[in-house]
Design a protein around this ligand. Structure first.
Ligand code: SF4
Length: 207
């Protein structure tokens, strides 16, 4: 099986009908992930929102449009090879609350298996929840500002995959500030672009 077939098999055989955690009861669609199964870069968000739940694709709502704009600024496009996008939990937490630790733990095998199949050269987390989860920094006072100031390593003892990991903001942070605090939204956008450029330098260090 090639990586694309393996991801499809994982989705159809395990994720599509999954009832491993309580989120299955309120979801419409399982939002497994989209993109290139051979991607050098994997973006990991927190969980699906309302639009994502309806359409079955990650980052297709208002914050997804912001993400697409930021990706274009660094030469990336979800429709082109090289990029895969998914979330820590594959089903929408009601009311867009943070996924509970036990929901993250129940869904984690899907994420780790996706990463093992894709074998990216770098991972970028979007927001506090995936940043904390994949770096193992679980203190309540951990902030995205702290996480984004380090170059982390994703190391999975079960799958054997190791690769650098960069943390940045979730595009919904930009969205929330667009009207209430435009300078803050602009600053967050600039920082997200810088973080993605840092990740891309891992793939291609040439200036
Ligand atoms: Fe299964 Fe993950 Fe959905 Fe929970 S969030 S029901 S573990 S696919």
């Amino acid at each position: 099986m090639n990586p694309d077939e393996f991801l499809s098999y994982l989705y159809r055989s395990r994720a599509e009908g999954c009832t491993r955690c309580q989120l299955h009861a309120t979801r419409d669609k399982v939002v497994f992930g989209v993109g290139d199964a051979d991607a050098d870069l994997v973006l990991v968000g927190e969980g699906p929102g309302a639009e994502e739940d309806r359409l079955g694709e990650p980052f297709v709502g208002a914050s997804g449009k912001i993400l697409d704009g930021i990706l274009r600024r660094v030469g990336l496009d979800r429709e082109r090879p090289g990029l895969y996008i998914c979330n820590v939990v594959k089903c929408r937490p009601p009311g867009n609350r943070d996924p509970e630790p036990e929901e993250q733990a129940a869904c984690a095998p899907f994420l780790h298996t996706q990463l093992r199949i894709i074998r990216p050269r770098v991972i970028v987390t979007l927001g506090r929840v995936p940043g904390m989860y994949l770096t193992g920094q679980l203190d309540d006072d951990v902030t995205v500002g702290y996480l984004r100031n380090h170059l982390w390593e994703y190391a999975n003892g079960v799958t054997g995959l190791r690769c650098p990991l960069v943390c940045t903001y979730h595009p919904s942070y930009v969205l929330r500030n667009l009207d209430s605090d435009p300078p803050q939204a602009r600053t967050a956008t600039i920082k997200m672009i810088a973080d993605l450029e840092k990740a891309l330098r891992v793939i291609d260090p040439s200036p």
